[in-house]
Design a binder for this molecule. Structure first.
Ligand SMILES: Cc1cc2nc3c(=O)[nH]c(=O)nc-3n(C[C@H](O)[C@H](O)[C@H](O)COP(=O)(O)OP(=O)(O)OC[C@H]3O[C@@H](n4cnc5c(N)ncnc54)[C@H](O)[C@@H]3O)c2cc1C
Length: 379
C-alpha cells in the first residue's frame, strides 16, 4: 500500500457530477485524482435530455463544441402533448445558447473526463473506492482504492468528494443524514430506435402514463415510458411501441415506424432524497447527495449545476454553505418531480405542475448564469 501521489482532492465517480467537479477544480489549480470502477467510455442507465442550465454550463466550459461536433442533434423545439392536445414551445435563443442537446452518456461523460484530464486531473478507471480513511478526529482523510487486478492502495487527501451515484459508498461511510425524502418513484423503460424524425423533445402524457422521444447521436432517438412503480411488470414484458399504442396513442403516432436498435432498459424507480452533502473532509455531488425522480429529466443538469456550486464553495473556503445553497435551488424541483412521479394527476393538474416546474427551472437558470461570476468575485 504505497502513497504515490498527494492530491488536494479525491473524487470518487467520473461521470457528469464527478468529472465536471474534477475539471473545475483542476482548472483552478488544485491537484485532483478521480477514480471510477467503470471502464472508460461506458454507458450508464439513464436517458439524457439536458435542460438549458446544463447547456449554458457546457458552453461556458468549452465542452459544448465537442458535443455538437460528435453529431449530437440540436433541439430547438419541445412539444408537450396532454391527452392528445399538443403545445409547442420554441427553445431557440435563450440564455446565450440557441438549442438544447441530449448527448449519449458515454459521450458526455467522456468529454467531461477529457476536459478534466486536459486541466491536469489524474483519472483512473477500473479503480474503485473500497473504503474511506478517517483521522483521529473522525474527519475523512483519504480513500482505500482497489484496482481491477485486486491491488489495494491508500491515498490521503484533505478532501474526498463522493460523486458515486445513488448507491454512494462515500455517503454511506460518512453516514450522510437524509434531510428530505420523496414519497414516489416512477418506473421507466427506455430504448434507442431509428427511423423517427428528429423534431425536438416530445413529451406525452395520458393518465396514468408518460413518455417521450429524445433525439440523440447517430440519428437515433431515445424513447421512454414511465409508469407508477407498481406497474413496472407490465412495462417490462411489453414493447415500448405496443405500450404506447395502448396507453399513449399520441406517442405511438410520433414513433411511426420506429425500429428498435437496442434492448429495452428498465428502471424500477426510487423516491428522491436530499442528503447532507458536506462535512469534515468530505462532500457529495450529483446523485450521491441529491436524487429526484427522472420523470422531470433534471439529474444531469442538477449534477453539473452542483459541480460548479461545490467547486465554488471549495475554492472560496465556504464549504459549509454548499449543502444549504444546493437545497435551496433543489427544493422545488425535488418536490415537483415527486408529485409528478405519483402518476395520479389529471391533465389540468399536470399542466399546473409543469408550469411550476418551468418557473423553478428559470430561477435555477438565472443562478447558473451567475455561477462563474460568483467564482470570479471570490477569486
Ligand atoms: C431511467 C433514468 C432516466 C434518466 N433520465 C435523465 C434525463 O433524461 N435527464 C437527466 O438530466 N437525468 C436523467 N436521469 C438522472 C441521471 O442519470 C443522474 O442524475 C446522473 O447520472 C447523476 O450523475 P452522477 O455523476 O451523480 O452519478 P452516476 O451517473 O450514477 O455516476 C456515478 C459513477 O460513480 C461510479 N462509482 C460508484 N461507486 C464507486 C466506487 N465505490 N468507486 C469508484 N467509482 C464508483 C460509478 O461507476 C459511476 O460511473 C435519469 C436517471 C434514470 C435512472
Amino acid at each position: 500500500m504505497t502513497n504515490r501521489i498527494s492530491p488536494d482532492v479525491i473524487v470518487v465517480g467520473a461521470r457528469c457530477a464527478g468529472a465536471a467537479t474534477a475539471m473545475l477544480l483542476a482548472r483552478r489549480g488544485l491537484r485532483v485524482l478521480v477514480v471510477d470502477h467503470a471502464r472508460p467510455g461506458s454507458d450508464t442507465m439513464s436517458t439524457h435530455a439536458l435542460m438549458r442550465g446544463a447547456v449554458m454550463q457546457l458552453n461556458r466550459w468549452g465542452v459544448l463544441d465537442a458535443v455538437i461536433d460528435a453529431g449530437t442533434p440540436a433541439v430547438r423545439q419541445t412539444r408537450f402533448v396532454y391527452d392528445g392536445t399538443a403545445f409547442d414551445i420554441d427553445l431557440s435563443g435563450d440564455g446565450g445558447t440557441d438549442a438544447l442537446y441530449a448527448p449519449r452518456r458515454w459521450l458526455l461523460d467522456s468529454l467531461l473526463v477529457d476536459a478534466a484530464r486536459q486541466a491536469g486531473a489524474e483519472v483512473r478507471f477500473e479503480t474503485g473506492c473500497k473504503a474511506l480513511l478517517f483521522d483521529e478526529s473522525g474527519a475523512v482523510c483519504g480513500v482505500r482504492l482497489r484496482d481491477r487486478t485486486g491491488q489495494e492502495e491508500d491515498i490521503h487527501a484533505p478532501l474526498v468528494i463522493g460523486a458515486d451515484g445513488r448507491n454512494s459508498v462515500v455517503a454511506r461511510q460518512v453516514n450522510a443524514a437524509t434531510r428530505q425524502r420523496g414519497t414516489h418513484g416512477s418506473a421507466c423503460v427506455y430504448q434507442y430506435v431509428s427511423g423517427v424524425p428528429q423534431r425536438g423533445y416530445r413529451w406525452h402524457f395520458a393518465q396514468p402514463t408518460s413518455g417521450g422521444i429524445i433525439p440523440t447521436n447517430a440519428r437515433l432517438s431515445c424513447v421512454f415510458l414511465t409508469v407508477a412503480s407498481d406497474t413496472l411488470g407490465d412495462a417490462r414484458s411489453t414493447s415500448i411501441q405496443d405500450m404506447a399504442k395502448r396507453l399513449l396513442p399520441s406517442m405511438a403516432e410520433d414513433m411511426g415506424d420506429a425500429v428498435a436498435e437496442t434492448r429495452q432498459v428498465a428502471f424500477r424507480g426510487q423516491p428522491g432524497y436530499l442528503k447532507q452533502s458536506d462535512g469534515p473532509g468530505w462532500a457529495l455531488v450529483g446523485d450521491a447527495g441529491y436524487f429526484r425522480d427522472p420523470i422531470t429529466a433534471h439529474g444531469i443538469s442538477d449534477a453539473l449545476r452542483d459541480a460548479e456550486l461545490l467547486a465554488n464553495a471549495i475554492t472560496s473556503g465556504m464549504m459549509h454553505g454548499y449543502t444549504a445553497q444546493r437545497d435551496a435551488l433543489s427544493q422545488d424541483i425535488l418536490d415537483l418531480s415527486d408529485r409528478i412521479a405519483a402518476h395520479d394527476w389529471s391533465m389540468p393538474e399536470l399542466q399546473a405542475l409543469h408550469f411550476e416546474l418551468n418557473r423553478a427551472m428559470k430561477a435555477n437558470q438565472a443562478v447558473i448564469a451567475g455561477l462563474d461570476q460568483q467564482h470570479a468575485r471570490a477569486a
